[in-house]
Design a binder for this molecule. Structure first.
Ligand SMILES: C=C(O[C@@H]1C=C(C(=O)O)C=C[C@H]1O)C(=O)O
Length: 356
């Protein structure tokens, strides 16, 4: 085999690819002008999903589907940044899992701004300081991020996309296991490692922090403290990893939401999800009545949970995710019917049911 000849061929393909990529980006810029002139959003998650879907369906290999998606994520990220400089706020500081989710969704050409709390992310998008926000919403082991659900009902923003991220926690500290006096992390992350902590560090104080990355910053300054966070956070804040994979379940996944001001257009073919919240009258059968508009139309419910409404004691909001888009006639009809049944109904957004 002639190594030089193979490399020459690679160089020539790279040149071709680069020319084609620049051509592609120029077309995206034209689309960008069209959208900006009409006040349309530049970032369109449903169109991106269509692009990813076509590419992975037509992919002949040997590139695996995830690699095709990752490559195109970066191409589209660069295209968007040439259409309009987008600003994305996320639950920071740098190197939180939310930061990693933001990168997975928007690619590395988009500038990200860390915020101190979930409500601050919402405020930043509401005020127009950021175009989009990224927040965690639920973890497969530990459940809901309450502040996100509360903010979704309170704010006028809409969910425009979702992101799933595999979460592998590390115990991070300057001290070995036997010298650790306290373990710090976000409450949801501590919960994901509860059994491991009870087994390996019984009796050690567990302290809630604003974020996983903030707990590593704390462990950098306090030698007897440990943090639970990602490998990336340990590397960024230069604190040693004492133990990897300290979460109780290895298939530990967190779902994040991208929030924005304008709804995402329909993708279709059962590939959309809609999130909503409603309250009920205090009477027998009211939950059954509220779910019938969906079941009678064959609309699949993929999540339901309840939280205190904060309006009055023992009044609840039910958070429901359904398969379908609010612009589809059968979903629209179900929502209209539901409006007549529930004292409060709030649509939280329709968006592509993807992001894996
Ligand atoms: C070019 C567009 O704008 C953005 C860039 C896309 C792309 O590069 O394929 C796809 C969707 C949008 O987020 C578009 O809307 O088609």
């Amino acid at each position: 085999m002639d190594l030089d000849a193979l490399r020459k061929e690679i160089d020539s393909i790279d040149q071709e690819l680069l020319e084609r990529l620049n051509k592609r980006v120029q077309l995206a810029q034209k689309v960008g002008h069209y959208k900006l002139e009409r006040g349309m959003e530049v970032y369109v998650p449903s169109r991106e999903e269509e692009v990813f879907g076509k590419l992975t369906a037509n992919n002949q290999g040997p590139l695996p589907a995830e690699a095709v998606r990752a490559i195109y994520r970066e191409i589209i990220s660069a295209a968007i940044s040439l259409e309009k400089p987008l600003k994305v706020a996320y639950l920071g500081p740098e190197a939180t899992y939310t930061h990693q989710a933001a990168l997975k969704n928007f690619g590395s050409s988009i500038p990200f701004t860390p915020m101190n709390s979930v409500p601050d992310v919402f405020t930043s998008v509401c005020r127009g300081d950021a175009d989009y926000g990224v927040v965690p919403v639920e973890n497969s082991t530990q459940g809901t991020v309450i502040s996100t659900l509360d903010m979704l009902v309170e704010s006028e923003l809409t969910i425009v996309a979702q992101i799933y991220l595999k979460i592998s926690h590390c115990l991070i500290s300057q001290s070995p296991l036997e010298k650790i006096k306290s373990v710090h992390s976000k409450d949801n992350a501590l919960g994901q490692c509860r059994q491991w902590l009870a087994r390996m560090l019984p009796g050690v104080e567990l302290v809630d922090s604003a974020s996983t990355a903030a707990s590593v910053e704390y462990a950098a300054k306090n030698p007897e403290a440990a943090a639970i966070a990602s490998r990336i956070a340990a590397e960024l804040y230069k604190v040693p990893i004492v133990e990897e994979n300290v979460m109780d379940k290895t298939d530990n996944v967190t779902r994040f939401l991208v929030i924005g001001r304008t709804p995402t257009p329909l993708l279709g073919e059962g590939r959309d999800k809609t999130s909503l919240a409603f309250s009920l009258h205090d009477e027998a059968g009211s939950l059954l009545k509220a779910l019938t508009p969906f079941s009678s139309r064959g609309i699949n419910l993929c999540k339901i949970e309840s939280r205190p409404s904060r309006r009055k004691a023992w009044d609840y909001y039910f958070y429901v995710d359904i398969i379908g888009h609010q612009d589809e006639p059968h979903v629209k009809e179900a929502l209209e019917e539901l409006e007549g049944i529930c004292p409060v109904l709030k649509l939280l957004g329709s968006y592509p049911n993807s992001g894996l």
